[in-house]
Design a protein around this ligand. Structure first.
Ligand SMILES: Nc1ncnc2c1ncn2[C@@H]1O[C@H](COP(=O)(O)OP(=O)(O)OP(=O)(O)O)[C@@H](O)[C@H]1O
Length: 630
């Protein structure tokens, strides 16, 4: 059988996985603002492949490569409208070609399709981990010829991006000795990408400082021109690096197009030596709340890429991107060693502390830059308040809050503005700010000018429970326990309604408790109400009402264990009238019994919940209305 015949029989055509197909259709059929991104993505894949080879050679000496021999070559052929990106990295075998370039959908595929549908720019593709497909923005046909390091056979993958791709054996003599060659037949309107000036412009802007050298060859012209030398930017002195170089490097390690909001570049010397070049993005990655909460820091050992899987930084800093290069770790560090290693621990601690102190500094020195970080990553940083008690104090200097007094308020601001006699830091939890602001429990604080932190992130319910306080002031939920508001003077005098006497309210409370039974743990007068007649609060030592609600959502209604306290506003006309009837006793007090379920139901409704017994509530309310109308 001739070689062509053999390859014919081994040629297989496969459909793209459905999500991938959708993604490709969107890439091909829309007009995109920035197609340059494809080159950065392919170069980035080529660089990753070189680094993977260097890493694999650490445990498999047969794969060892001479230092300095790894390279990326971009070949442009303007006459043929063809662009080739070749690397001599790890390469792909048959199955890897099939899986990686077409049949395995990754979580980013769907996420990217959805964000495109919502109008996102295609240049964000790299962030979703599906960068290869951006080749189809500029090419009508893509060919990938690859030979896995150490393998004899090579494979060719081809596609026009329209539903399917083909894989077949490639002639070993014409395939790369090792690594991958991606050949793009450029579309009519993309021929510019085969010109020297365009390629140089894109590589300089977006791929400078990938840690593998990049050369450009022009068919029928330029023999070979080095575009970048593959030097490790993070090892240079800070003074020798320009902002453009930092930005380009961030684009490479972060797969990002946004501006980094914070760049941290330093070399640590002491018990262990390492270089750090880290970036805090200004925009959220799509998988910020993935349950895995993975770190994306690239760990190098003396310039050799080792892994992206080491959990060097705590999960609450998982949005940080960049490189840490250690002088002291062994090059052949194993997975087990990565899990538990004294040097890595030391590096992790050092870098975490440094990051937190830089964030605290930025919060003071450049408020707009910090606000961007906080808006994108505040809820993630707050996870640290809960998970990392050792770092809590450092994080307290960084956290910012929306409060009843404004946005981006620090705890320091809060404490500086305490009202006379105020000894606690008040907060209100809820599903969103609007609901929180509407809650009756805030009324008393509002009337006294007491600032309240509005906590609407799910993680808030957890950290406030474990944090002891800030600057000696405990945190106190406005919906929990008895509010110590009495001692704080009111900012404005309450409108003078005839408040019920203490004794009458006490009698009313006792009567209501008797009627409502176990549905409430206590009925008592309130200092936290101004306009509303009633509200519910959690008992002193039970979980906050909102936390209970969150847990009930997750674990079912039985998670709501503690019966709430029903608080009465003695200054409210309804309460005053009922208190008078309760004090009168006899026939007059019977009205109190009828009203009790309505009051309790109303308190639930004011929290945004259903009454516990909607039917009973409805009946009692209807009776009251009927009486009122009679
Ligand atoms: N030049 C290459 N050499 C070896 N493997 C490659 C090469 N290009 C792509 N691959 C493989 O194909 C996979 C898919 O590439 P793709 O660009 O879509 O995503 P990614 O590289 O994982 O993420 P990102 O887009 O963020 O770079 C890669 O993870 C890699 O395994």
């Amino acid at each position: 059988m001739s070689e062509t015949a053999a390859s014919e029989t081994k040629r297989e055509t496969r459909p793209f996985e459905a999500e991938v197909s959708r993604l490709l259709a969107m890439m091909v059929h829309s007009v995109y603002s920035n197609r340059d991104v494809f080159l950065r993505e392919l170069v980035s894949n080529a660089a990753d492949a070189c680094e993977k080879l260097r890493q694999k050679a650490l445990s498999d000496p047969a794969l060892a490569v001479e230092s300095g021999s790894l390279a990326i070559t971009i070949t442009a052929d303007p006459a043929a409208r063809r662009l080739t990106i070749a690397d001599n990295g790890i390469g792909m075998d048959h199955d890897e070609l099939v899986d990686n370039l077409g049949t395995i959908a990754r979580s980013g595929t769907r996420a990217f399709v959805e964000s495109l549908e919502e109008g996102a720019d295609s240049n964000l593709i790299g962030r979703f981990g599906v960068g290869f497909y951006s080749a189809f923005m500029v090419a009508g046909r893509v060919e990938v010829v690859s030979r896995k390091a150490g393998a004899a056979e090579a494979w060719r993958w081809t596609s026009d991006g329209k539903g399917s791709f083909a894989v077949e054996p490639a002639d070993p003599a014409a395939a790369p000795e090792r690594g991958t060659r991606v050949v793009l037949d450029l579309l009519d309107d993309a021929e510019d990408y085969a010109t020297e000036a365009t390629i140089e412009r894109i590589v300089t802007a977006h791929s400078a400082h990938v840690p593998v050298p990049i050369a450009l060859v022009l068919e029928g012209g330029l023999a070979e021109k080095t575009l970048t030398d593959g030097g490790a930017l993070w090892r240079k002195a800070k003074s020798a690096v320009t902002p453009e170089e930092y930005r380009a490097f961030y684009g490479h390690v972060g797969h990002a197009f946004d501006e980094p909001a914070l760049t941290l570049h330093y070399r640590a010397e002491g018990r262990t030596e390492y270089s750090v070049l880290l970036f805090v993005p200004s925009e959220k990655p799509f998988d910020l709340f993935d349950p895995e909460r993975r770190n994306r820091i690239k760990l190098y050992v003396r310039r050799v890429f080792v892994t992206e899987d080491a959990a060097i930084l705590p999960p609450f800093l998982r949005f940080v991107r960049g490189v840490i290069d250690s002088e002291d770790l062994p090059l052949n560090i194993s997975r087990e060693m990565l899990q538990k290693n004294a040097v890595l621990d030391l590096i992790g601690k050092g870098v975490t502390n440094r990051l937190l102190s830089e964030l605290a500094k930025l919060a003071e020195s450049d408020k707009p830059a910090f606000e961007k970080i906080w808006t994108a990553f505040g809820p993630v940083l707050k996870e640290g308040l809960y998970e990392d008690p050792e770092r809590r104090d450092a994080l307290f200097e960084i956290v910012r809050f929306r409060t009843t007094k404004g946005t981006m308020r620090s705890l320091k601001d809060y404490v500086a503005d305490l009202r006379p006699n105020q000894t606690e830091i008040y907060y209100a939890l809820g599903a969103d700010e609007k609901t929180i602001l509407a809650s009756p429990q805030l009324e008393g604080c509002r009337a006294r000018g007491v600032e309240v932190l509005l906590l609407a992130d799910p993680v808030d319910a957890f950290w406030v429970r474990t944090a002891l306080g800030y600057d000696g002031k405990p945190f106190r939920s406005v919906t929990q326990g008895s509010a110590a508001l009495d001692a704080i003077p009111r900012a404005e005098e309450a409108a003078s309604t005839e408040a019920a006497s203490d004794a009458a309210v006490a009698t009313l409370g006792a009567r209501l408790k008797q009627v409502l039974g176990d549905a409430v743990s206590e009925v008592r007068p309130s200092t936290r109400l101004v306009d509303s007649p009633v509200c519910l609060v959690a008992p002193e030592f039970g979980p906050d009402r909102h936390l209970e609600r969150l847990l009930a959502g997750r674990e079912g209604p039985e998670a709501r264990k503690a019966a709430p306290v029903l608080e009465l506003n003695p200054g409210h006309p309804i309460v005053a009238a009922l208190a008078a009837r309760a004090a009168q006793g006899g026939e007059a007090a019977a009205k109190v019994d009828e009203t009790a379920p309505v009051l309790l139901g109303l308190a639930h409704v004011l929290e945004g919940d259903l009454p516990q017994d909607p039917a009973g509530f409805g009946k009692a309310l209807s009776r009251l209305i009927a009486d009122a109308l009679a």
